[in-house]
Write a protein that binds this ligand. Structure first.
Ligand SMILES: C[S@@+](CC[C@H](N)C(=O)[O-])C[C@H]1O[C@@H](n2cnc3c(N)ncnc32)[C@H](O)[C@@H]1O
Length: 281
């Protein structure tokens, strides 16, 4: 397996540094390992490799309960030995966005980086317009990391991106949002789930299967169905990430590719980095 280590410690630079739980290191390890295997294996097979980060954050984060500060998703993806040809990052929060921009300019001045400050779901057409159009034969392959705090991710955002050749690593806020807020989503008229699953009738649909499926199983099956409809291959098991202190399920990471090779890479990464937390949601 590659020698690249995705957990990169840094000094406090006085800019915005959000806190994350210790479990986040697991997420960064899987993401970094995947980016590394992706670019090293694909660099001669495609004209251009593009990295998209739809919920990019500030670039640095501090691990809660420690003094450790590390690079986060987009800066990890810029630190791999074989870099992507272009990076497209989107972050809504102004202070995180300006810290991210400053860090990118300071630490990776030679990379081709396009930054968006705003709501990814609203800006998706402009974000997509930054994906280069290949005039050569081999084409453009994108890897898109999708890491929201909640299910604040419209399926139409994924659907539009999927018109290009894009592999996705999506973090589902299963414990943090779906499980915690299921009552509110189910009883109220909140449109978040409707948009997340692109399913106006999800409440009636779920009622029909509720005796056989938990709400998380229903979300997982529905999402996979949506992705299969977009011509993605059947995904591998979703990786569960639990809180380090109380061992509570927080998130699931799901990988989707239109080609089975993408799934093979992801399986390899899970075998390599799995610490016994592999399971379905
Ligand atoms: C879980 S953090 C992920 C940060 C980063 N990927 C990392 O590696 O730590 C989610 C980020 O998405 C941002 N965000 C939330 N809603 C957003 C939206 N609609 N569009 C763009 N960014 C958003 C938040 O400000 C936050 O920085």
């Amino acid at each position: 397996m590659p020698n690249f280590s995705p957990i990169i410690s840094v000094q406090n630079d006085g800019l915005t540094i959000p806190e994350v739980g210790p479990w986040a290191e697991r997420k960064y390890s899987l993401l970094g390992a995947y980016c590394d295997i992706f670019t090293s294996s694909m660099k001669n097979k495609w004209d251009k490799l593009i990295y998209l980060d739809l919920f990019a954050g500030a670039g640095y984060a501090k691990i809660k309960g420690s003094e450790k500060i590390i690079k986060t998703s987009s800066l990890i993806s810029m630190s791999i030995p074989n870099v992507f040809n272009k990076y497209i990052l989107s972050e809504m929060d102004n202070s995180k966005f300006s810290s991210l921009s400053e860090r990118v300019n300071r630490e990776y001045p030679n990379l081709d980086v396009c930054l968006f400050n705003g709501d990814t779901n609203k800006n998706i057409d402009s974000i997509i317009s930054e994906i280069p159009k290949s005039t050569l034969e081999k084409g453009v392959l994108c890897f898109c990391f999708v890491d929201p705090f909640s299910i604040n991710l419209d399926f139409t955002t994924i659907e539009k991106l999927a018109r290009n050749r894009v592999d996705f690593l999506i973090l589902f806020a299963t414990g943090m949002d779906i499980n915690r807020n299921k009552g509110i989503y189910f009883e109220g008229d909140d449109e978040k789930v409707e948009k997340f699953l692109k399913s106006p009738n999800w409440r009636d649909e779920y009622k029909k299967v509720a005796d056989k499926q938990t709400i998380l199983d229903y979300f997982a099956c529905k999402y996979d169905e949506n992705m299969l409809y977009l011509k993605y291959v059947k995904p591998e098991r979703k990786q569960q990430i639990r809180s380090s202190d109380k061992n509570l399920p927080l998130y699931h990471l799901a990988f989707y590719s239109k080609h089975k090779l993408g799934n093979e890479f992801w399986k390899k990464i899970l075998r390599y980095g799995n610490n016994g937390q592999l399971d379905l949601f």
